[in-house]
Design a protein around this ligand. Structure first.
Ligand code: PEP
Ligand code: MG
Length: 593
């Protein structure tokens, strides 16, 4: 190995962790240059030839994408193949094709030039979109656009599969096809200037298990080919030209991470039960039907929270009952015989609806949100409930209302549910008559009156993301006061204990589906308080399971009791971490922050 030059300056950067893992290696800058076609005037006679060339390039592109789709579906599963079906849709977009042809006739310039102009306009609109999901679709569009352009100009296709040395890829952006073609053995990881958590590139990286950090803004300006680089895809950290101390630290962490990964995979199929035999459910949270694959692959025992409001976002119109039914049905059927808790839409707060004229509010988190919105718009709520009920015969669906503040709201929602059930019965449409209906406990008033709610709800799921913000009066999205947002605050722990005790006194189970469920430093406390279900992002499922399987319930109860005696969140947190290190030392590196 070449001696590292001491003159190279170490740079540490923070980006968005897109796929977990640690990679250490040499930089390989991947071609970011765009294909810039020449501008040429074409005669009236040439227009037909240009259109023919365009159609031929579209045909060829289609053939290429179909081949990739087939390869990816075979190697990585249909879910990932589908990304390329979306690419085919871009190709088949007759508006785009017609627009290019119309521009060609009008401008009388060569087709590749006209095509680039139209594509650039589309990209500009997408890049200005407020919505993260839409912005993340740029790379799909660029991917197809570049492919068409390459087929028009005959430019050479650079491929990551041709890489001949193990490297860490540094790029402005990577398209899903670039990512799909990565050779796991050679590509140690990748980092990009742009990109978000929900981009298909990030999704594919996770599936390929290639560590990745995206959204680093200008990493491409800060590195050269051959530079040494460390990539920490767990925390989103990238270190260019690391000094000896960092290098050694990350080499150790990499080894531990790989050991842990190996261990966690082993326990994926094992039950989540404590050393002394207490069983709890470790489930996954999903936002979109596609997420079911990840829930299953991480060994979750069900879906503890399906955030259906994502169906209503990023679109111009309201989703139809049929569309929703198909989605809920597919989720229920795929997770079967395990359960899925379908939470009725939780719009409002920081999740806005573009298609409805919802007035701006001074305090959206305290405003017209979730069940409040649904009860005020029975037309929308009913079609939502109809879809869920109709899907309930295809699997094990439980229903849950968000933002319940007390028994009256729970009853009102159930009245609407009863009306919908009556309609379905009258029509002869099948549904599960005994569908369990639970309440989210995320408003302090619901926690405090949980003894009342527990008499009518089939189960509870504690939404700590909101329960913390409301009980501590800390806006969950305001970074200025983030230091006050303490899951281990004694007030939060007492509320959680109260909810669990009230539920158990009434023989109903309690889950917890906020981010706190995936915070492994708090797993022992929650377990000791008697929680029946942890529902977390799929990626955290094996870690939570590992903790559950490494401790005794009797010890967890003692830990919970001790934790409740502390006077501040900081004390509880320090105690919880120390206990984790003591009881499950090999998980200590997974502690975030
Ligand atoms: C919560 O509040 O903890 C929760 C799971 O719901 P959301 O994050 O969607 O508000
Ligand atoms: Mg919530």
């Amino acid at each position: 190995m070449k001696k590292r030059s001491s003159s190279k300056r170490q740079i540490q950067l923070k980006g968005i962790p897109a796929a977990p893992g640690i990679a250490i290696g040499k930089v390989h800058i991947f071609g970011t240059e765009d294909i810039v076609p020449d501008e040429r005037v074409v005669s009236q006679k040439e227009i037909t030839t240009e259109i023919k060339r365009f159609r031929k390039a579209l045909k060829l592109t289609r053939k290429e994408i179909l081949a990739i789709e087939k390869k990816i579906s075979r190697e990585m599963g249909i879910e990932h193949g589908k990304i390329f079906s979306a690419h085919l849709l871009v190709l088949e977009d007759s508006v785009l094709v017609q627009e290019v042809i119309a521009m060609l006739k009008k401008k009388k310039k060569n087709i590749e030039f006209v095509f680039t102009e139209v594509m650039n306009r589309y990209m500009k609109v997408l890049s200005e979109a407020k919505d993260e999901y839409l912005r993340d679709r740029i790379s799909d569009m660029t991917d197809v656009g570049k492919r068409i352009l390459r087929n028009l100009t005959g430019a050479e296709d650079k491929k990551l599969e041709d890489l001949d040395e193990k490297s860490i890829i540094v790029a402005y952006d990577l398209s899903p096809s670039d990512t799909a073609m990565m050779h796991k053995g050679r590509v140690l990881g990748f980092v990009t200037d742009i990109g978000g958590r929900t981009s298909h590139t990030a999704i594919m990286a996770k599936s390929l298990e290639i560590p990745a950090v995206v959204g680093l803004e200008s990493i491409t300006d800060k590195v050269k080919n051959g530079d040494e680089i460390i990539l920490d895809g767990i925390h989103g950290t990238v270190i260019v030209n690391p000094n000896k101390r960092f290098l050694e630290k990350y080499q150790k962490e990499k080894k531990r991470y790989e050991y842990l990964e190996h261990e966690l995979i082993e326990l994926k199929m094992l039950p989540s039960e404590t050393l002394d035999g207490k069983k709890v459910a470790v489930a996954g949270n999903i936002e979109l039907p596609e997420d079911v694959a990840s829930v299953i692959s991480h060994g979750a025992e069900g879906i503890g929270l399906y955030r259906t409001e994502y169906f209503y976002m990023n679109r111009e119109d309201l989703p139809s009952e049929e569309e929703q039914f198909n989605a809920y049905k597919s989720v229920a059927a795929r997770i079967k015989p395990n359960y899925v808790i379908v939470r009725t839409m939780d719009l409002g707060g920081d999740k806005f609806l573009s298609q409805l004229d919802v007035p701006k509010e001074m305090n959206p988190f305290l405003g017209w949100r979730a069940i409040r919105f649904c009860l005020a718009r029975p037309d929308i709520f009913k079609s939502h409930l109809r879809a869920i009920l109709r899907a309930s015969v295809y699997g094990n669906i439980k229903l849950m209302y968000p933002m319940i503040s007390g028994i009256s709201e729970f009853r009102q929602a159930n009245e609407v549910l009863e009306e919908v059930k009556k309609e379905l019965r009258k029509e002869g449409t099948p549904f599960n008559e005994d569908i369990p209906v639970g309440a989210m406990i995320e408003v302090p008033s619901a926690a405090i009156t949980s003894n009342i709610l527990a008499k009518e709800a089939a189960f509870f799921s504690i939404g700590t993301n909101d329960l913390i913000q409301y009980s501590l009066a800390v806006d969950r999205v305001n970074e200025k006061i983030a230091y006050l947002y303490e899951p281990a605050h004694p007030a939060v722990l007492r509320l959680i204990k109260m909810v669990i005790d009230n539920a158990h006194a009434n023989n109903i189970p309690v889950g917890l589906c906020g981010e706190m469920a995936g915070d492994i430093s708090l797993t022992a406390i929650l377990l000791g308080l008697g929680l029946d279900e942890f529902s977390t992002s799929p990626i955290a499922v094996p870690e939570v399971k590992k903790i559950v399987r490494s401790i005794k319930f009797s010890d967890a109860k003692k830990i919970a009791k001790e934790a409740l005696a502390f006077t501040s969140g900081a004390e509880v947190q320090a105690f919880a971490r120390a206990k984790l290190i003591e009881l499950v030392p090999d998980m200590a590196m997974e502690l975030v922050g």
